[in-house]
Design a protein around this ligand. Structure first.
Ligand SMILES: [Zn+2]
Length: 322
């Protein structure tokens, strides 16, 4: 998956419109042909080029197969869906677009039954299959490391996440230890992030289940998740003591136990954990250890793209370049 850092805006996609509301969505994507045209524009922003003969000309569009383009010169056919999640699907493009829009922006916990009803699909299996494929795009972990920006830092912390399941009795808790790294950025005056609060906001996160609070586990997580050389801020725990030796600029938060300071300027990593726990309980009704890493990836996907639903939409459909 392409890096979504704000320093790397997606190539060529700035001109494509993205719906801000349901009426917007209906206006932009009224039918399969509109979806196909949008896909075509995202794939060939500078106009169609035939892969076979190199011809640069308006292709022939097959109305019976939206998304299929035929070269005027050599008749070679190219699918705008190749490499996307919609490839080899018999469901209409508009259904996929609706699904990606609902999953990324509207209804995080949408069920296959709700999806089937909302889109008027005749078969439950179709709704289930589409949602499953879109969600698979959310649980693939982002591979690039966060941090690495001057004037910013990365907070790292760990917490136990309970395995509370709906209907499970007392004693059924199987807590897992979760590490979190989150970029902390200063707000730029006058931007969307500048809401007049305390001058900083969260950038991207990485979350992982770790076996224990040993130096090997905690610092190993940091090495996987954070660019070397970044300023890493942690609580005062010996498990992080070797970070400096591993190539990080390591600071320990003074006054972590001071409730007045923590109440006024709570570490952003704590806010991420409380959001995570609330989301796991509200949307997934708790989650067992077996599926926890997938849920952490989904949470990170949503969190990291919350300021750019457009990128989330592209990621799920598989139409993002790169
Ligand atoms: Zn051609």
């Amino acid at each position: 998956m392409a890096a979504q850092g704000r320093s790397k805006p997606m190539a060529h996609l700035g001109d494509l419109p993205f719906p801000q509301s349901l009426p917007d969505f209906q206006r932009l994507f009224p039918d399969d042909a509109a979806c196909a045209a949008w896909l075509e524009k995202s794939r060939w922003p500078d106009g169609f080029v035939c892969r076979q003969c190199g011809e640069v000309a308006e292709p022939i569009r097959l109305s019976t197969r939206p998304g299929t383009l035929r070269c005027r010169k050599c008749r070679h056919e190219t699918g705008a869906l190749v490499g996307t999640v919609m490839q080899r699907s018999h469901a209409p493009l508009s259904v996929w677009f609706w699904g990606a829009y609902l999953v990324t922006s509207q209804t995080p916990g949408i069920s296959a039954v709700q999806f089937q009803r909302q889109l008027g699909l005749s078969r439950y299996d179709t709704a289930f299959g589409i949602l499953r494929k879109l969600r698979a795009g959310m649980v693939r972990p982002d591979r690039d490391r966060i941090g690495g920006h001057p004037n910013e830092w990365v907070e790292v912390g760990e917490t136990f996440v309970g395995g509370r399941m709906r209907g499970a009795g007392r004693g059924a808790r199987h807590e897992s230890l979760v590490s979190c790294a989150v970029e902390v950025r200063p707000r730029e005056p006058g931007t969307v992030q500048d809401d007049g609060r305390d001058g900083r906001y969260a950038g991207r996160v990485r979350l992982a289940v770790v076996p224990d609070r040993s130096s090997e586990s905690l610092c190993g997580f940091v090495e996987d998740a954070v660019e070397p050389g970044s300023l890493v801020v942690t609580g005062d725990w010996s498990g992080y003591a070797s970070l400096r030796g591993r190539g990080y600029d390591h600071r320990v938060v003074a006054g972590c136990g001071d409730h007045e300071i923590v109440d006024e300027f709570p570490p952003i990593v704590h806010l991420v954990f409380s959001n995570l726990v609330a989301w796991l309980n509200d949307v997934h009704h708790g989650v067992g250890a077996k599926h926890l890493q997938a849920r952490l990836n989904e949470f990170a996907f949503r969190f990291n793209r919350r300021l750019s639903p457009f990128n989330a939409f592209h990621s799920l459909l598989g139409t993002a370049p790169g």
